[in-house]
Design a protein around this ligand. Sequence first.
Ligand code: ATP
Ligand code: MG
Length: 208
Amino acid sequence: MGMRGKFLTFEGVDGAGKTTQCDALAQALTARGVPFVRTREPGGTPLGEELRGLLLQRAMEPITEALLMFAARREHIVAVIEPALAQGRWVLCDRFTDASYAYQGGGRGLDAARLDTLAQWVQGALQPDLTVLADVAPELAQARRARVREADRFEAEALEFFLRVRAAYQARAHAEPDRFFVIDGARSPEEVTAEILQRLDPWLEARQ
Ligand SMILES: Nc1ncnc2c1ncn2[C@@H]1O[C@H](COP(=O)(O)OP(=O)(O)OP(=O)(O)O)[C@@H](O)[C@H]1O
Ligand SMILES: [Mg+2]
């Protein structure tokens, strides 16, 4: 059929509701018969999942962290994302490159120009067709995730870290308003899902 799939990414601080919305979108696409792949970063491939384990648990300095994130991303793009899109499948990805700018850039303080170089190297022209940013106050996100599980290496960071992460996400959304769809993650999950589906409606209609 030759139609390329849509590449959707989900971003936001830990506990913002990315996985919840990814789940809901996966259900909605299944119900509509849209073929898709559901995946996440860091991870999404066997090697990427091993790197994820290291990234979430092992202490390392920020440039090492950024390099491992992009190494996992390279595998993910080549082995999973590009093939799926080329076959006409949609890709729902829980975090992607914007997270590197938010966490390794905003959070850890790495220069964005360095991340630009890595992004250019690892993904070339590949960009998400739409990036859903669940924007919530880090205090709220922290309270939500504390209810469900123990903190990993990122989640153990202080509130100030997440304030920088959130600000970096907001700045990226502001710079690329067509690619980003910013939702108020403090609203109910159902309201948020409905908003996202409305935004996707033209693409879903085009498939009919
Ligand atoms: N809109 C919402 N309103 C209230 N609670 C929510 C909302 N969205 C998600 N939650 C709850 O908050 C918790 C964190 O949500 P979720 O796991 O989707 O966040 P996340 O962004 O994927 O977090 P992480 O980055 O840690 O994976 C879950 O218990 C989830 O049920
Ligand atoms: Mg999640």
